[in-house]
Design a protein around this ligand. Structure first.
Ligand code: UD1
Ligand code: UDP
Length: 352
């Protein structure tokens, strides 16, 4: 089968790492990068260190408002789909790149496959919720990371084409964990001692675009009994500067540039705990046996909370501070989100 895979943002490059590998064993893959993320530390580093094939197309769309960015992707992706005439378009997750490619496929001939189907936050103010719901409802193949996601799809009336595969993010981390922990020099470079720091990430629009929420997140993290290292997404850097919070953040936290995946996995492995509003990082914390404090009111990865390994604290400084001090023993860790072979299941399901 000729598959046109579309990526555009950091988490999608990481998900494409195992999936592209599995697809190329038995299918023809054309890889398209929309250019949504373009800084070397948000894009090139992942292709280089993970050996992801170089994209056949980079559409160079770049940043912009939701409408302009998505519209530009629609136009450029449509041209690629016309030129390549793939049998199937494959998309990941919930970004604007995901939605644009889904709409192009839905309005043209190719079938559509969605990796990470069936996840819901229930929060319609998140752009990602709109992207993932619309993408699922256009898809012919829906690759769900867990049975709960398949159940969500059933409740929404989607019953055919659903495959519970496990999480391709688990595949990715298993592939690099040893290499990252043994090979990365990030702890030395950042002068961190394993087990003696908290790893934080913040980039969700709901937190960065609201100055009160962003300030509360910074103030909550600042109350951590251990130093907090914060590899900073450019969106958050811009927001901290715009909202006059830059000095408050850099005085209290160890703010560093975003790091590559190998360094990030090493930082996760060495962290005492994790505080994040990322989707991907919540479950990566679990995969590496770290407790997670989630800086949001809801999560798509509900099993991590049900299992007692993740706590939702929102943007409430006191709740964040309490969660960073909580040392109640964790319950036994359940096995969630597959066995590390989700990518192979996806390739196999597409074999037909
Ligand atoms: C996007 C996704 C989000 C995902 C995140 C992963 C959407 C709506 N959001 O959010 O779901 O969790 O990627 O990291 O698709 N910027 C740079 N350099 C870059 C890219 C972005 O400086 O290489 C800055 C620009 O100022 C840009 C801002 O970051 O306006 C936001 O980038 P954008 O891709 O629109 O959204 P993210 O916040 O990255
Ligand atoms: N990540 C990384 N470097 C960083 C921060 C995150 O490599 O500085 C990785 C992380 O391991 C995870 C992915 O990026 O696999 C998560 O991306 P992000 O939080 O940007 O997006 P989300 O998952 O929220 O969509």
């Amino acid at each position: 089968m000729k598959i046109l895979s579309v990526v555009g943002a950091r988490p999608q490059f990481i998900k494409a790492f195992p999936v592209s590998d599995a697809l190329r064993r038995e299918h023809e893959e054309v890889l398209v990068h929309t250019g949504q993320h373009y800084d070397a530390e948000l894009s090139d580093v992942f292709f280089t260190e993970l050996g992801i094939p170089e994209p056949d197309y980079n559409l160079g769309v770049g940043s912009g408002g939701h409408a302009a960015q998505t519209a530009e992707m629609l136009v450029r992706l449509d041209e690629v789909v016309e030129a390549e005439a793939p049998d199937l378009v494959l998309v990941y997750g919930d970004t604007n790149s995901t939605l644009a490619a889904a709409l192009v496929a839905a309005k043209r001939d190719p079938a559509l496959a969605h990796v990470e189907a069936g996840l819901r936050s229930g929060n319609w103010s998140m752009p990602e919720e709109v992207n993932r719901v619309l993408t699922d409802h256009c898809s012919d193949f829906l690759f769900a990371p867990a049975e709960s996601a398949a159940e969500t799809l059933r409740r929404e009336g989607i019953t055919s084409g659903v495959h519970v595969t496990g999480d391709v993010g688990f595949d990715a981390i298993l592939r690099v964990r040893d290499r990252a922990v043994e090979g990365s020099t990030v702890l030395d470079r950042l002068e961190l001692d394993a087990g003696e720091y908290v790893l934080a990430t913040v980039h969700r629009a709901g937190n960065t675009d609201d100055p009160a929420r962003l300030a509360a997140v910074i103030d909550g993290l600042a109350e951590s009994p251990l130093p907090v290292v914060l590899p900073l997404h450019p969106r958050t850097e811009a927001a901290l500067k715009t909202h006059g919070l830059w000095d408050r953040a850099t005085d209290a936290l160890h703010v560093v540039d975003p790091v590559g995946y190998l360094d990030f996995v090493c930082l996760l492995d060495g962290a005492e705990r994790v505080a994040t509003d990322s989707g991907g990082v919540q479950k990566e914390a679990l995969y590496l046996d770290r407790r997670c404090v989630t800086l949001r009111e809801e999560t798509e990865w509900v099993e991590t909370v049900e299992a007692g390994w993740n706590v939702l604290v929102g943007a409430d400084a006191d709740a964040i501070a309490r969660a960073l001090r909580d040392d109640e023993p964790l319950p036994p860790k359940p096995s969630l989100y597959g066995d590390g072979h989700a990518a192979e299941r996806i390739a196999e399901a597409l074999r037909g």
